[in-house]
Structure formats: structure tokens, C-alpha cells
Design a protein around this ligand. Structure first.
Ligand code: UFG
Length: 345
């Protein structure tokens, strides 16, 4: 029988790519999204891409009544939980919103799942839980260090899930710590939409390459890295999406809880990213070195072997493919089509 998955935040950047990967893997997927940070036109594009209608519940993950009626209507075998706020700077200004959506939202979801007898969940965590790590590449055993309220919500989310499993062994959880997702689906129908001035490096470089923003500010060139600029482990969003399919399959087939980094194991500096994007776009990327950004970490690179051992996960796409897919998405017809000015990250 086809297994049914609830995908919260399924219209967002990583959520939409994971939707496609889950449908391609044969799952029956329901999206729950409140479109606060997602573009409604994504749904029609997901239908184009998969050739089937999307089952959609438009609701907030804190809305217990709607969630309960959704679980009464469908028997879900597992939940993949993306719905959350994710901007570090905003979390410093509005911590209560972050605790409310990311922590209360998770607890609300878990309560409804428990009542419905669905006790398998894949949780979106982040490399941010490592703060400034002592070790690079960073293994899953590195300690938790909250750098800001956003990071705190990811640490708390993981702890809540671990304590739930400890209290009731009917729960099985997959915790996936993402490094830096980038790129867009090969169809160029979905991607990260940097309509507003983006905070993250890749969408910002894309805007500069497209001539929409004059220059990129490079936040510091005096870190202890190959060229002094910040180093990150950029993972193609399609690889990341595949990691979720493997995590769901591990929960459903083996009933094995797991905690893994999802990254490539390789780091690239800001300067290397500029060079790669230049190759992909054949455009100039004017840039200027400015002061370090407050709260930035010099290096995040995943120790990636546990995901391979536990899930059989290995990244397949190269940095050049990542940049080329981003450029094709940005210059394609769909990346800025929503007149509401919402973005779909
Ligand atoms: N950077 C610039 N200029 C910019 C933007 C970024 O030089 O305009 C640099 C940063 O200083 C950093 C690198 O590019 O060295 C990557 O920065 P991002 O903002 O793209 O990503 P971060 O690693 O800082 O943060 C992202 C997410 C977090 C998550 C973290 C985990 O935004 O939510 O990855 O690795 F926690």
C-alpha cells in the first residue's frame, strides 16, 4: 500500500524540492503550509513537475484544530517537519516569534501525531546547533552551542524529540542537520526566490550576477581559512531532498531513529563561491570586502560519513552544478512571478 507522508512547510525552498523527491519515490504526500514565507504559485509548479494534483492543507503548524482534522481525515505513516522560521537576524530581534513557531509549533504537531498514533518524524535541524565548533569537519558528536534564538530553537527541538523517544519507544525520529543548501531543481520550476534583499550568500551572488544588486559585500577576509573569507559546506538542494527520502525510508522500513549531518564534507570560501558563480553565469560578480558580520562562524563543514553509514546518503551534485542550476532558475520565468512580493524560501 502507498505510504502517506505529511510535509509541513512543503511549499518552501527545501520543502518543495523534498515534495518532488518523495512523490518520485512513490509516496503519497500532503503539504501543510501557511504561505507566510512561501509563494502560492509553487503549488501549480509542483503539479506541473509531478503530473499530479497536490493535496494541500493551508494552515499554521500551531493550529491544533486543523492539524487534528487533517489527521482524522488521513492516516499518515510519517511526518517531515519543515515549517519553521529560519532567519538568524530576525530571531535576535523577535525571539518570542521563533520560540512560538519553532518550539510551540513542534510540540503542537507532536501532540496531534501522538493522539493519532503517528509517531515517526523527520526534523529539520541545522549546523547552527554547533555554534562555533571545536572540530572541523564537525561530527554529530560535537556539543550544542546556541549562537542566537534561531539556533536555540533547533537545539530545543532536537532535545524535545530525544526526550520523547526516551519516554516512549513507540516514537522514531530522524534528525537531519543541514549545512548550507543552495541551487535549484533541474527542471528550473522551483528554487529559492531572493525577491527581497537576501541575507544568504548564494541568492545574493545570484542577484549581483543578474545585475539587480550592484555589488556583493564579502563579510571579512581575515578569518583563518584558505583565503581569509568564510568557509561553508554548500549542499545542492536536490541532494538534500534525497536525504529526506532516505530518512523517511529508514523510519518506515527499519524503524531506526537517527541523527545525521547532511553536507558534502567539503568547504568552499566566499571567494571560491564567487569564482564558481562567475563560471556558471558568465557574468561579473562585483564585490568588496567589508567588516565581518556579527555572529558569523569562520568555518562550517560537515563530517559527512555518518549519513552514508546510516542512510546510504552521499551527495552527487557538484559545486558547478549547484551554481548553474541557481543561475538557470534566477534567469528563468518563474523565480519572481508572484505579485504579492512574498518569497518562497
Ligand atoms: N557572506 C558574505 N556576504 C553576504 C552573505 C554571506 O560574505 O552577503 C558570507 C558569510 O559571512 C559566510 C558565508 O558567506 O561566511 C555564508 O553565509 P550565509 O549567510 O549564506 O550562511 P550562514 O552559514 O551564515 O548561515 C546559514 C543559514 C543559517 C544556518 C547556517 C548553517 O542562514 O540559518 O547556514 O550552516 F544555521
Amino acid at each position: 500500500m502507498t505510504q502517506r507522508i505529511l510535509l509541513t512547510g512543503g511549499a518552501g525552498y527545501i520543502g518543495s524540492h523534498t515534495y518532488v523527491a518523495l512523490v518520485e519515490a512513490g509516496y503519497d504526500v500532503t503539504i501543510l503550509d501557511n504561505f507566510q514565507n512561501a509563494n502560492r504559485s509553487v503549488i501549480a509548479r509542483l503539479e506541473d513537475l509531478t503530473g499530479q494534483p497536490v493535496t494541500l492543507a493551508e494552515a499554521d503548524v500551531r493550529d491544533a484544530t486543523t492539524l487534528a482534522s487533517l489527521f482524522a481525515e488521513h492516516v499518515f505513516d510519517a511526518v517531515v517537519h519543515f515549517a519553521a522560521l529560519k532567519a538568524v537576524g530576525e530571531s535576535v530581534e523577535r525571539p518570542l516569534d521563533y520560540f512560538d513557531v519553532n518550539i510551540s509549533g513542534l510540540i503542537n504537531l507532536l501532540r496531534v501525531m501522538d493522539a493519532a498514533g503517528c509517531r515517526k518524524i523527520v526534523f529539520s535541524s541545522s549546523a547552527t546547533v554547533y555554534g562555533v565548533p571545536d572540530e572541523t569537519p564537525t561530527p554529530e558528536t560535537a556539543e550544542f552551542r546556541a549562537m542566537n534564538p534561531y539556533g536555540q530553537t533547533k537545539i530545543s527541538g532536537e532535545q524535545i524529540l530525544n526526550q520523547l523517544v526516551a519516554a516512549d519507544d513507540r516514537w522514531q525520529i530522524g534528525i537531519l542537520r543541514y549545512f548550507n543548501p543552495a541551487g535549484a531543481h533541474e527542471s528550473h520550476l522551483i528554487g529559492e526566490d531572493p525577491r527581497d534583499t537576501p541575507n544568504n550568500l548564494m541568492p545574493f551572488i545570484a542577484k549581483v550576477a543578474a545585475g539587480e544588486v550592484e555589488e556583493l559585500e564579502v563579510f571579512g577576509d581575515d578569518y583563518d581559512t584558505q583565503d581569509g573569507t568564510g568557509v561553508r559546506d554548500y549542499i545542492h538542494v536536490d541532494d538534500l531532498a534525497r536525504g529526506h527520502v532516505l530518512s523517511v525510508a529508514a523510519l518506515l522500513e527499519d524503524g531506526q531513529s537517527h541523527l545525521v549531518n547532511l553536507g558534502t564534507g567539503e568547504g568552499h570560501s566566499v571567494m571560491e563561491m564567487i569564482a564558481a558563480y562567475k563560471r556558471a553565469s558568465n557574468r561579473d560578480i562585483p564585490h568588496r570586502v567589508v567588516d565581518r558580520r556579527a555572529g558569523d562562524v569562520p568555518i562550517y563543514v560537515a563530517k559527512a560519513d555518518k549519513a552514508e553509514e546510516v542512510l546510504g546518503f552521499r551527495t552527487e551534485k557538484t559545486l558547478d552544478e549547484m551554481c548553474a542550476s541557481s543561475w538557470a532558475w534566477i534567469t528563468g520565468p518563474h523565480s519572481q512571478e508572484d505579485p504579492d512580493g512574498e518569497d518562497n524560501t
